[in-house]
Design a protein around this ligand. Sequence first.
Ligand code: NAD
Ligand code: TYD
Length: 359
Amino acid sequence: MKTYLVTGGAGFIGSNFIHYLFKKYGDDIRVINVDKLTYAGNLENLKDIEDKSNYQFVKADICDSETIQTLFENNDINRVVHFAAESHVDRSIKNPDVFVKTNVLGTLTMLNAAKAAWEKEDGTYPEDHKFLHVSTDEVYGSLEEEGGYFYETTPYDPHSPYSASKASSDFLVKAYMDTYRFPANITNCSNNYGPYQFPEKLIPLMINNALNGKNLPVYGDGKNVRDWLYVEDHCKGIDMVMEKGRLFETYNIGGHNEKQNIEIIHIILDQLRNKLEDSDPRKAAVSEDLITYVTDRKGHDRRYAIAPDKIKAEVGWYPETMFEEGIRKTIDWYFEHEDWMKRVTSGDYQKYYEEMYNR
Ligand code: NAD
Ligand code: TYD
């Protein structure tokens, strides 16, 4: 049986990934989810699977080496999918220290624990054991507006404290692969969107603000480009790299869905207007008048765009959800989960955690 240790499984992509695993493998796997439950971690995202006998949640910091080591000692873990990180660029500009702690030292702790548990006396590793480090395209820096893509061979050139900390963590994983032949892969993915994303990131923030008649803050000229991927396609890519990726390789994941931020905002406004009933008082407020240009983010990367040629050729991955469908599904999800949005923005979800622990 495959036993997964998923770090950061209560966050946006991690919780989608755990859902993806259970949908695909059902009871043929075990999943241990280790999460510190920072502001970005929300156990409510996993409510529907929390009682499964093959699922276990452990509240822990990935920097806590003793707890992580004990988890490896007590469980026959053969797959690690490492999501846990501080993930928001704006927060990294305000407070870089926690990014270095979690993203760099936390990754080192995870690598050391997996290496100690898996390495045989002769320095080799058992078959079918792998550590997959989930990273970002932001490590490659910024592209010109016209032309060019990020390939796996593109030199690293991070600009924000977030991307610098992710780049450092990638280099640590690479060092473990090169030095110890530690069985790992790195994936570098473009911007994700979809259900359960914390509303500090562009898409859920704009949906939430528009529905509440609040300004839509656009950084700079609004023409920065991101390459958007529906979160389920990212989860599929991670699973495929885990199962079919060549050891020690890096794979870029992205679906050629480049959009300017301002385009995204117009699409969201259009779709919200279409969805809201004429009788809904919010409908009149959902308008372009909410768009507010604000001071640009410091060091704001202009354009990200992934060339996914390698993952397509080697593991047969391709994106299934194009942007038009993905954004519709995402907006539908936020419509159907207004309570979720209210709770994560009000802090009520902290109470949910407390109740969970008391159980
Ligand atoms: P997120 O912020 O939604 O979730 C992060 C999770 O990690 C949260 O549940 C949080 O509680 C947990 N966590 C934070 N610090 C921890 C610690 N010290 N110990 C244990 N758990 C901790 O992030 P996300 O958007 O789901 O991103 C997940 C991973 O994917 C990150 O590594 C990120 O760099 C990478 N990534 C994200 C995107 C994106 O568009 N969101 C794109 C590419 C790669
Ligand atoms: P974000 O979702 O923070 O992702 P990242 O910075 O990791 O790509 O931001 C996506 C883009 O949207 C980025 O160019 C910054 C911009 N942005 C705004 O214009 N306004 C906002 O309020 C936010 C959160 C982001």
